[in-house]
Design a protein around this ligand. Structure first.
Ligand SMILES: [Mg+2]
Length: 278
């Protein structure tokens, strides 16, 4: 990474700065990495604190989150209609979307059924577009959140002049509930809806390849952060740095302990050993 400070008064220097600008693409796992849910529900989170945390309360909190997620899915994201038609990302069917104005569109009356013909796929694409618009409008106004803000340079903790950043989520959960989780856990302003991927059917490696296709370039660096073996081995295949999240109190990386300098160190080790262009 070129750390020289260019002379900003000359046009040449600022052009060089743009040319040298590094884009960091952070690929986050969701469950038990950015948010706790399963480990609340099964008691493993509370259990790992050796009696210091109340297991029943954790299960209760988990159930309340679960109910809220389902409520958002059903009331705002057409989940009862589209539950069985999971797509790996929100724009997956955009080629079927003719761009029709959906302001007065009646989603209850369009007789949406199985999305195996083009007409049904278009109706599903409409729903996905409507979900993306609702997500962007924020239906609603944590430690992980602060780090994600830093990752995309919202916080002054990260120098932004010569780098820009993108957050993606790749989760093994299905897409629509994952988008609902992003809204409920207030991740929506640091992860845009089109950057959320569901690896449910396609596996994480495939999602990582799609992300590489979308964002790859000469100064682009990728980093995977997650708690599971699948994202670890997929990151190895891609030759990307992987940071393992561990919620147990003696784990090396857990929120709020993980910070941007640690993530940068991991990326520097991998990318500087393999050459600047990674
Ligand atoms: Mg996980």
């Amino acid at each position: 990474m070129d750390e020289t400070v260019p002379t900003l008064v000359t046009g040449q220097a600022s052009t060089d700065a743009v040319m040298d600008q590094i884009t960091n693409v952070y690929i986050w796992d969701m469950d038990e990495t950015l948010i706790l849910l399963k480990s609340l529900l099964d008691g493993s989170y509370a259990g790992s604190f050796d009696g210091l945390k109340d297991r029943d309360k954790s299960v209760d909190i988990g159930k309340r989150w679960e109910n809220l997620i389902l409520e958002v899915c059903d009331e705002h994201f057409f989940y009862e209609q589209i539950e069985n038609y999971n797509q790996p990302f929100l724009n997956a069917l955009s080629e079927y979307d003719d761009g029709k104005d959906l302001t007065a569109y009646d989603f209850e009356a369009d007789c949406f059924s199985s999305p195996y013909d083009d007409v049904s796929k278009r109706k599903l694409a409409y729903r996905h577009r409507a979900i993306g618009e609702k997500y962007a409008k924020k239906l609603f106004d944590n430690n992980a959140h602060k780090l994600l803000e830093e990752a995309i340079g919202k916080s002054s903790a990260t120098p932004t002049a010569y780098s820009s950043s993108i957050n993606c989520i790749v989760t093994s959960g299905s897409l629509i509930p994952s988008l609902a989780k992003c809204l409920l856990y207030r991740l929506d302003d640091v992860v845009s809806s089109e950057n959320v991927y569901s690896s449910w059917e396609v596996r994480k490696l495939q999602c990582f390849k799609w992300i590489k296709e979308r964002f790859d370039g000469p100064n682009v660096r990728f980093c995977v952060i997650g708690d599971g073996p699948e994202e670890c081995s997929a990151a190895q295949v891609m030759k990307w740095p992987f940071i393992k999240i561990e919620f147990r109190p003696d784990g090396p990386h857990r929120f709020p302990g993980l910070d941007m300098p640690t993530i940068q160190n991991y990326m520097d080790v991998i990318y500087e050993s393999s050459g600047k262009d990674g």
